[in-house]
Write a protein that binds this ligand. Sequence first.
Ligand SMILES: *Cc1c(COP(=O)(O)O)cnc(C)c1O
Length: 344
Amino acid sequence: MQQFASDNQAGLCPEAMAALAVSNATGHEPSYGDDRWTVELQARMRSLFETEACETFLVFNGTAANALALAALCRPFEATLCHAFSHIETDEAAAPEFFTGGAKLMVADTPGGKLTPAAVEGLARRYEGVHHVKARALSLTQSTELGTVYTLDEVRALTAVARAHGLKVHMDGARFANAVATLGCQPADLGWRAGVDVLSFGATKNGLAVGEAVVFFDPSLADAFAWRVKQTGQLASKMRFVAAPWCALIEGDVWLKNARHSNAMARRLAEKLAALQGVRIMHPVEANAVFAEIPVAAQAAVRAKGWRFYTFLGETGCRLMCAWDTTPETVDRFASDLATAAAR
Ligand SMILES: *Cc1c(COP(=O)(O)O)cnc(C)c1O
């Protein structure tokens, strides 16, 4: 049964599944990334991001992508500025702190999961001197943990503040695809052209089984990154099975098709929920997440019918995630079950 608990509860999209079979059919292939699909992926990323200054590394998951990217930026006494709801702060069991060897996360709790230039400025200026951590990086999540999307102007304004303070910019793009689909921009516009130095480019939630890309737009920052990947146990020996499905996502813009679909399902869900008595949409629905206040009793009633989703903010703030394969029928059935529950 389709659920709204997370976009990673969905399976592989058919294009990824087919690519897996194709990359298996040839029998033996070079390992550790020397296979043709990993080589092809490097070229595809350069062309997708319209630059030769683009180094791509594959790791197993988003936590590793973020933590290793930040480890490439920060020394142990430095700090990354991020949102209080950011995945690196709330959902990675201190992996960023661990892999940087101690670099601190400094958070701001601004509305809608979006940092503001003033908040970043404040964090960047907070400490000075040897007794404190030294601000070194800004990490932005796009789309955000609350289902909102930074506009291109907002990203540019934030990275300008970062630059002014000598900070490098990391983007947690576990749902980068959803943001690009919403903004209708080129991926490069939201990447290096907007001032991003390194991107954790997610694909798992977009329809792969496994494998996130760490994309460096400043190759000097990628120095010896391959060793970080290996040392942390993130180097897949049968890399082709990660790279081939990745190539299939990029080919023909399947990644955007998947993101557009999950975004559209979230909009459909939000429209239906907004019409219900006692239910309130909490944040603008700009990607594939719907945050809705649902009375506790109504939550219990739909859960009793088998629906699964997380209560994320307090007792009533629910997070409903749509995936690449969420059907309109699933959305409508949930909305109808909730309508019955909310009317009681
Ligand atoms: C899912 C997610 C990740 C990656 O999580 P893993 O479970 O480690 O793959 C990173 N950032 C955000 C914002 C996410 O939602």
